[in-house]
Design a protein around this ligand. Structure first.
Ligand SMILES: Nc1ncnc2c1ncn2[C@@H]1O[C@H](COP(=O)(O)OP(=O)(O)O)[C@@H](O)[C@H]1O
Ligand SMILES: [Mg+2]
Length: 373
């Protein structure tokens, strides 16, 4: 047998040691130890036991066979099972996808949230919620379109009728003049409705890309009053301003001056339209710009002493095309919706109350309150 590299016990160690070696051309693993033969340990004897490594390699191969081979079978099986589970789990989702794909564009009925895995049920619920809101908004839009068409149809039908009348043979100059007057009136009304529709579209579409600038509401209010003064004087109305001066702290609003003026103009024009003025009782319209002393909120009021709006209608008048009956005033019913839309975009609320609740007529007082939402 080959001897270990060091032929003496190292550092007096008599423990069993192990090494790799070669014997008759075979790799062997050798365990050896030095044994003390005499008391002094002067001449130690070496005891060696060797074993070929073949047995070990066979064992290693067997272990690999036992562990690795089943893996080759197990892995594809696991992959197959996972795949089957996924297909099964995803099936309801693909069915859902198919159902959505097959829907008609106008079908806004809710999706069935029972036939989907628990994990996606909340998603389906929120999609249903969205569908519900979409349905509401489409219904509103359809109604709006129908109302707008109706509003335009009336003056246009009037136009055509008057034109037919005027063209009839044998109509006098007097009749012709009358027809032309009616035609003029109808076209003014149609133009007004179209203008109001456009400005509502502008107000609604303006929200996203509104160029904001600091607007002095007192200045805007006085510009609106100046523009409307001739109209008010024609009707014998007293149109005036009350409240703080321009440049007072708190009267600035971040917003679009054109829209803000449009909002005030609609309120003032309504007051002018709906407030009668007689020699016995003069119509008085007051535009007020105030800063609330407690909350520092900016408050704008347009007050008149006309018929006012009865409590049940005070919400309704802000809906598109709603017009109170029996006012004998031409209009489109879009003025107050425009006011509401612009107010909303500038963080203001708009409400209407009786100006003088104890009097008859009570008058109307429209209040815009900024910085409430
Ligand atoms: N100052 C006011 N006094 C009395 N009624 C008013 C006043 N302002 C508005 N209204 C009522 O509210 C309705 C809606 O007003 P609006 O939206 O401006 O439409 P329009 O003026 O075109 O009718 C009017 O038809 C009118 O009945
Ligand atoms: Mg109006």
């Amino acid at each position: 047998m080959p001897l270990p590299k060091a032929d003496e016990p190292k550092g007096g160690s008599y423990e069993v040691q192990i090494r790799d070696d070669e014997m008759r051309g075979l790799e062997v693993r050798v365990a050896y130890t030095w044994i003390r033969l005499d008391a002094e340990g002067k001449r130690p004897a070496l005891v060696q036991v060797a074993e070929t490594r073949e047995k070990r390699s066979v064992l290693a191969a067997e272990i690999i066979k036992g562990v690795m081979l089943p893996q080759f079978a197990l892995l594809p099986l696991a992959v197959l099972l996972v795949w089957l589970a996924l297909v099964r789990g995803i099936k309801p989702l693909s069915q859902l996808e198919e159902r959505i794909r097959e829907r008609k564009p106008d079908d806004l009925s809710p999706l069935d949230d029972k036939a989907v895995p628990m994990e996606v049920a909340p998603l389906v619920v929120s999609v249903n919620d969205l569908l519900e809101r979409l349905k509401d908004s489409i219904v509103t839009q359809k109604r709006f379109l129908a109302d707008a068409a109706h509003q335009l149809k009336t003056p246009l039908a009037g136009l055509r009728m008057q034109a037919d009348l005027a063209q009839r043979s044998g109509s006098s100059e007097e009749d012709l003049k009358k027809s032309l007057q009616q035609i003029g009136r109808a076209s003014v009304q149609a133009t007004h409705t179209v203008n109001q529709l456009l400005s509502l579209a502008r107000a609604e579409g303006g929200g996203a890309h509104l160029t904001l600038q600091s607007c002095d509401m007192v200045k805007l209010a006085s510009e609106v009053l100046q523009d409307s003064l001739p109209h008010a004087m024609d009707k014998g109305l007293d149109l005036g301003y009350e409240g703080v001066d321009a440049n007072t702290p708190g009267v600035q609003v971040q917003g679009n001056p054109t829209l803000l003026k449009e909002m005030l103009r609609n309120l003032v024009e309504n007051a002018i339209h709906y407030t009668p003025s007689t020699p016995e009782r003069q119509g008085v319209i007051t535009l007020r710009v105030l800063v609330d002393p407690y909350s520092r909120a900016l408050v704008i009021q347009v007050e008149d002493n006309g018929p006012g709006i009865p409590p049940p209608e005070r919400e309704l008048v802000f809906q598109p095309f709603y017009r109170a009956l029996g006012t004998n005033v031409d209009g489109s019913g879009l003025g107050l919706p425009i006011v509401k839309e612009i107010a909303l975009q500038h963080g203001a609320s708009v409400t209407v109350d009786a100006a003088h609740p104890s009097q008859t007529p009570p008058g109307a007082c429209f209040t815009l309150r900024f910085g409430v939402n």
